[in-house]
Design a protein around this ligand. Structure first.
Ligand code: GLU
Length: 513
């Protein structure tokens, strides 16, 4: 394995939008591939057509693209949802004919068998077993001896059944009482007794492979060196390992990633948790083509892909240093599977927003200004100049975690107050207040209306009238912005200019009296 080229794959099933846990799996695969100068493939595992949801493939491709982790091979290369690469097709539904010979090979070598038990017979035996106190009946290396399959029936019976086209499935023949052992890059040695692994179906009655068979055959044919996937697949790994051994193929290296847990630590962060808990669990907005159910995405929430990816990387991995802010390139060079934790990673939405805030802080200035100018145009229909935009942007940047928050918070740069914070009006407004404001408006009008000069003359006025800032500051703010919280009101006044400032002061005086 040492000299083998690193090839990893992300292999989602197109059954709906991609959960953020899935994006993390894709991300770790991507990071691992790039770190090792290898290939990152996207394969679509759509053998179960009954669970297929229209639009999910495009959603997956778009999500990876948004995160900047598009595949090198498979579906989604160059943002196209058609296949590309030497092992095409990369959609399992288009590879149907590939799998049958492998099933036949296993039957011939005695590692798989045909099972003719009808669904009714199987459910009857399960019911019986349940009544007898065993709710987990399995078709396995013990029970198969009493079932209707090519191991128990005579060759003649089997032949007759095949001739009469009796439906059957093909099951793997698990060894009995054997220790199945494999090394997992995250968990270390994993060992399972084969009695605990059932004789899973490899090929269904309709001749289509199940996930297990298609997954192993494709990983082999596509020369996958490392299988990096979610912990929910760990129970399937012993079966996969056995299949590699039965085929006499070299096993890939396995790495099972820890679960993403809900913020309270109680269980897995599920698809249904999104929105309900007040944060998205999907990368992009989604709308179900039939049920029209919707779910919100990080992108539309206002996250930068850089912030989202940085946050995701830390859900189950850490670099072993204090550094928390990473670009994608830095993640590539720091990533390694040994630093992936076994324990479930608890999702923390405050921390997620913090990651985005950090991206906002380090983002290229001209990029930020462009984003701000465009968003203002979109939201308020107003075109602003870059110089002005820069001042406004950094004025409101301080506590913001998202660009869209800045755009919303700065509304009073564009809109006159229509109402005033009633609590503060009650507390701070007085007959005196309007007299002071009249004075101030006059005094300010004599300045150049730069924030410095407005502020200096304001302080001057306080001093000469023995007023406290807390008496007059909030009053001025109320008049200009309608509320008493926010960044420097003097800079706000500079930005909106003399005419608008005066109009607002006059409006406040008439409205509040
Ligand atoms: N199709 C599986 C899924 O939807 C892939 C599991 C694997 O990576 O082996 O997650």
């Amino acid at each position: 394995m040492k000299n083998k080229r690193v090839r990893v794959r992300f292999a989602p099933s197109p059954t709906g939008p991609l959960h953020m846990g899935g994006v993390r799996t894709a991300l770790y695969n991507y990071l691992f591939a790039k770190k090792n100068n290898g290939d990152f493939l996207l394969r679509i595992e759509d053998t179960d057509q009954s669970r297929y949801v229209e639009g999910s493939e495009k959603y997956i491709v778009d999500s990876l693209r948004w995160c900047g982790i598009s595949p090198d091979e498979g579906v989604g290369v160059n943002n196209s949802i058609t296949d590309s690469g030497p092992h095409s097709p990369y959609r399992q539904s288009k590879r149907k004919d590939i799998y049958r010979p492998y099933v036949e090979k296993l039957i011939r070598s005695g590692h798989a068998y045909m099972a003719f038990d009808t669904p009714e017979e199987l459910s009857e035996i399960r019911d019986k077993s349940k009544k007898a106190g065993n709710p987990n009946w399995q078709y396995n290396s013990i029970t198969r001896a009493s079932m209707k399959n090519s191991l128990t029936l005579s060759a003649e019976d089997v032949n007759n059944k095949l001739l009469s086209k009796t439906p059957y499935v093909v099951r793997v023949k698990m060894p009995h009482g054997v220790e199945i052992k494999f090394h997992d890059e995250v968990r270390g040695w994993v060992s399972v007794n084969s009695v605990n692994v059932d004789d899973k179906v490899l090929m269904k009655g309709d001749g289509l492979p199940t996930y297990h068979l298609a997954n192993v055959v494709d990983d082999h044919l596509m020369e996958i060196s490392h299988v990096i996937r979610g912990e929910e697949w760990l129970p399937s790994a012993p079966l996969h390992v056995i299949l590699y051994d039965y085929f006499q193929w070299e096993r890939p290296i396995f790495a099972h990633l820890p679960l993403l847990l809900r913020p309270d630590g109680n269980g897995k962060l599920s698809k249904r948790d999104g929105d309900k808990l007040g944060f998205p669990v999907f990368p992009l907005n989604w709308s179900h083509p039939e049920t029209k159910e919707t779910a919100s995405g990080y992108k539309e929430f206002g996250f930068y892909p850089e912030g989202f990816v940085n946050m995701l990387a830390f859900l189950g991995w850490n670099p072993g240093t204090n550094q928390e802010i990473f670009s994608l390139e830095e993640l590539v060079s720091s990533f390694n599977l040994q630093k992936v934790s076994k324990a479930g990673a608890r999702f923390d939405y405050d921390k997620a927003r913090w990651f985005n805030q950090q991206q906002l802080r380090i983002r290229d200035e001209s990029l930020l200004i462009d984003e701000f100018v465009n968003s203002i145009k979109l939201k308020y229909g107003i075109s602003i100049q870059n110089e002005w935009a820069k001042k406004a942007l950094y004025l409101f940047m301080d506590r913001a975690e998202f660009m869209n928050q800045i755009v919303t918070d700065c509304y009073y740069l564009f809109e006159d107050p229509v109402d005033y914070d009633s609590k503060m009006v009650e507390k701070k407004w007085s007959l005196n207040a309007q007299l002071w404001l009249k004075d101030l408006a006059h005094i300010f009008s004599k300045t150049s209306y730069s924030s410095d000069e407005i502020e200096a003359s304001f302080k001057n006025y306080l001093n000469s009238n023995s007023l406290k800032f807390s008496e007059l500051g909030p009053v001025l703010r109320l008049a200009i912005a309608g509320k008493t919280q926010g960044p420097s009101i003097f800079t706000v006044m500079e930005l909106i200019g003399k005419d608008i400032s005066e109009i607002r002061i006059n409006n406040a005086i008439t409205t509040l009296n």
